[in-house]
Ligand binder design. Structure first.
Ligand SMILES: [Zn+2]
Length: 120
Protein backbone atom coordinates (compact mmCIF):
# COMPACT_ATOMS: atom_id res chain seq x y z
CA UNK A 1 0.00 0.00 0.00
CA UNK A 2 2.76 2.37 0.94
CA UNK A 3 4.67 1.45 -2.16
CA UNK A 4 1.73 2.40 -4.36
CA UNK A 5 1.55 5.75 -2.70
CA UNK A 6 5.21 6.36 -3.43
CA UNK A 7 4.75 5.60 -7.11
CA UNK A 8 1.85 8.01 -7.29
CA UNK A 9 3.93 10.83 -5.84
CA UNK A 10 6.70 10.13 -8.25
CA UNK A 11 4.52 10.33 -11.35
CA UNK A 12 2.96 13.50 -10.07
CA UNK A 13 6.36 15.07 -9.88
CA UNK A 14 6.91 14.27 -13.55
CA UNK A 15 4.00 16.49 -14.47
CA UNK A 16 5.94 19.47 -13.22
CA UNK A 17 8.37 19.10 -16.09
CA UNK A 18 7.86 21.53 -18.99
CA UNK A 19 5.34 20.06 -21.38
CA UNK A 20 6.37 21.98 -24.46
CA UNK A 21 9.52 20.32 -25.72
CA UNK A 22 8.36 19.87 -29.29
CA UNK A 23 10.20 22.93 -30.60
CA UNK A 24 7.10 24.11 -32.43
CA UNK A 25 7.71 27.43 -34.06
CA UNK A 26 5.75 30.40 -32.84
CA UNK A 27 4.27 32.61 -35.55
CA UNK A 28 5.25 35.78 -33.74
CA UNK A 29 8.92 34.96 -33.88
CA UNK A 30 9.49 36.92 -37.05
CA UNK A 31 7.76 39.97 -35.66
CA UNK A 32 9.98 39.83 -32.59
CA UNK A 33 12.95 39.52 -34.87
CA UNK A 34 12.05 42.72 -36.70
CA UNK A 35 11.64 44.64 -33.45
CA UNK A 36 14.91 43.24 -32.17
CA UNK A 37 16.92 44.14 -35.26
CA UNK A 38 15.38 47.58 -35.59
CA UNK A 39 16.82 48.47 -32.24
CA UNK A 40 20.17 46.83 -32.56
CA UNK A 41 22.42 44.92 -34.90
CA UNK A 42 23.04 41.35 -33.82
CA UNK A 43 24.61 38.15 -35.01
CA UNK A 44 22.84 34.82 -35.14
CA UNK A 45 24.04 33.71 -31.70
CA UNK A 46 22.64 36.85 -30.08
CA UNK A 47 19.36 36.64 -31.98
CA UNK A 48 18.86 33.01 -30.95
CA UNK A 49 19.61 33.92 -27.34
CA UNK A 50 17.20 36.85 -27.34
CA UNK A 51 14.36 34.91 -28.94
CA UNK A 52 15.16 31.80 -26.89
CA UNK A 53 15.20 29.53 -29.92
CA UNK A 54 17.87 27.26 -31.42
CA UNK A 55 20.27 28.97 -33.82
CA UNK A 56 18.87 26.83 -36.63
CA UNK A 57 15.39 28.31 -36.09
CA UNK A 58 16.76 31.82 -35.94
CA UNK A 59 18.59 31.24 -39.21
CA UNK A 60 15.46 29.89 -40.92
CA UNK A 61 13.50 32.87 -39.73
CA UNK A 62 16.11 35.29 -40.95
CA UNK A 63 15.96 33.72 -44.41
CA UNK A 64 12.18 34.11 -44.48
CA UNK A 65 12.54 37.64 -43.21
CA UNK A 66 14.90 38.60 -46.01
CA UNK A 67 12.32 37.38 -48.54
CA UNK A 68 9.33 39.00 -46.89
CA UNK A 69 11.07 42.34 -46.43
CA UNK A 70 11.65 42.72 -50.15
CA UNK A 71 8.26 44.32 -50.57
CA UNK A 72 8.12 46.06 -47.23
CA UNK A 73 9.36 49.39 -45.99
CA UNK A 74 12.18 47.87 -44.02
CA UNK A 75 15.29 46.31 -45.34
CA UNK A 76 17.70 43.91 -43.77
CA UNK A 77 21.29 45.03 -43.80
CA UNK A 78 23.88 42.29 -43.46
CA UNK A 79 27.38 43.04 -42.32
CA UNK A 80 29.46 40.09 -43.54
CA UNK A 81 31.38 37.96 -41.08
CA UNK A 82 35.02 38.87 -40.68
CA UNK A 83 38.16 37.53 -39.08
CA UNK A 84 39.09 39.51 -35.99
CA UNK A 85 42.70 38.60 -36.45
CA UNK A 86 43.47 39.45 -40.06
CA UNK A 87 40.29 41.32 -41.14
CA UNK A 88 39.46 38.79 -43.83
CA UNK A 89 35.88 39.35 -44.96
CA UNK A 90 33.62 36.35 -45.55
CA UNK A 91 30.95 35.93 -48.19
CA UNK A 92 27.68 37.68 -47.44
CA UNK A 93 25.38 34.79 -48.37
CA UNK A 94 26.24 32.76 -45.28
CA UNK A 95 24.09 33.68 -42.31
CA UNK A 96 25.79 31.65 -39.65
CA UNK A 97 29.20 32.24 -38.19
CA UNK A 98 32.07 30.62 -40.12
CA UNK A 99 34.20 28.26 -38.07
CA UNK A 100 37.60 29.27 -39.28
CA UNK A 101 39.36 31.93 -41.29
CA UNK A 102 40.58 30.56 -44.66
CA UNK A 103 43.43 33.06 -44.72
CA UNK A 104 45.05 32.85 -41.28
CA UNK A 105 43.13 29.84 -39.84
CA UNK A 106 42.09 31.79 -36.79
CA UNK A 107 38.81 30.85 -35.09
CA UNK A 108 38.42 34.34 -33.68
CA UNK A 109 35.59 35.26 -36.01
CA UNK A 110 32.84 37.82 -35.77
CA UNK A 111 29.69 36.28 -37.26
CA UNK A 112 27.54 38.23 -39.75
CA UNK A 113 25.60 41.07 -38.16
CA UNK A 114 21.99 41.78 -39.04
CA UNK A 115 20.29 45.10 -38.85
CA UNK A 116 16.95 46.41 -40.06
CA UNK A 117 16.66 49.89 -41.39
CA UNK A 118 13.86 51.79 -43.00
CA UNK A 119 13.96 52.35 -46.73
CA UNK A 120 14.12 55.98 -47.61
ZN1 LIG B 1 42.10 35.57 -40.51
Amino acid sequence: MYRNFKVATKSLRHQDLPLCLSGKKLPMLRKDLIVLLRNDSMDLVEIARHLEVPQKDAEDDLKHLIKSLKHANDRLVITPAYCRKCDFEFNKDKLHKPGKCPKCHSTWIQGPLFDIEQKS
